[in-house]
Design a protein around this ligand. Sequence first.
Ligand code: COA
Length: 392
Amino acid sequence: MKSDIVRLKIGGVVTEKEKIIPGLEGVPIAESEVSYIDGEKGILEYRGFPIQELVEKSSFEENSFLLLKGRLPTREELTEFDNELKENRELKFRFIDILKSFPDMGHPMNVLQASVAILGMYYPIDDVEDEKEVERAVGILLAKIPTIIAAWNRIRHGFEPLPPRKDLSHSANFLYMILGKEPDDKMTNIMDASLICHADHTMNASTFTARVVTSTQAKPHAVIASAIGALSGPLHGGANEHVVRMLRAIGSVENVRPYIQNMIRSGSKIMGLGHRVYKVKDPRASILQKLAELYFASHGSTPLFEVAKEVEKYAVEILKDKKIYPNVDFYSGIIYEKMGIPTDLYTPIFVMARIVGWLAHWREQLVNNRIFRPTQVYVGEHGKKYIPVDQR
Ligand code: COA
């Protein structure tokens, strides 16, 4: 890039100087009522409710209703919403046949992205402004994503998927389909709390992607498939998988300092640390660390937890001037690992949660929609003379 300063031309008239903001840092792109972050104070709220209170008192189902509809449900509304999800969990056998045709080595995030696009062919939506159709699309996407993740996990190992159960909650049913046995209450509650923690997070890269695709009036399956692609990157949701791989590579508390020094020296980013908005420890990282402690107290700990705490201690010590602290991805993976969930399913679990936020933003974007069409700074050449191929 030659210059980050440009004269902005509107209607052929040079009006003012504009600066490119790398990564659009601090640039508001929409008004939103879905969630709120104060990065200096470490505050996160969904629809005005502190995240800590929702994690402690709510459930995945209730929190999803809250994010999608903007208010807490009555008992009847919650039961109806819950039943809707239960009714939508199953996959058609032809859809399962398609999953069986994917390569065994396919990363579950690729499978999920493709599967969501395919769902759009099975459950087309004609009018994104028809409230009934919107509700139907939301129910289908929310309910079927856990079934797809679990089905793929069995299919890739040569087993038939386990059919979802209607007598279990969203989190318990997912764990049952993954692990092949009913989870205990603690495991279910911790998965539920983790899903709530990941449900929305203002204008992050995947939510912005969802908003951009929504603005074209694309259908919700295209919106969600695009957002899944954005979330898969290691700088975004993909970090949770990389954190656990890094902790395994470190191996022991003694190895933490040399390993981290090496990473810093080579200019590598330490996965699960740092955030564009938080200048203190991400409140979700604190919640997940507490949940990990709770879970390990009853189910036995993992050496990775001690390694993780030492990484946090040392990294914060040497990176404190840059205000680098653990983010949501730092402690989630070690909980899932202890539950027996395969490492490459951690980011798909993030999708199970974040789809709620994406769909809430989809609905919000449609209310006052204008297609996203930013501008660029052209730094290429002009008026070049074309030379025929055999004269070059
Ligand atoms: N490890 C080491 N240094 C880090 C770091 C990390 N995880 N995250 C940021 N930094 C350093 C950068 O090297 C940079 O230093 P410099 O000013 O000397 O060049 C400074 O902190 C600012 O980082 P920058 O990359 O500009 O911040 P960003 O807002 O563009 O990026 C993240 C934010 C989250 C992408 C970034 O912190 C990161 O890559 N973290 C690791 C991946 C991760 O955990 N992602 C999940 C996010 S929820």
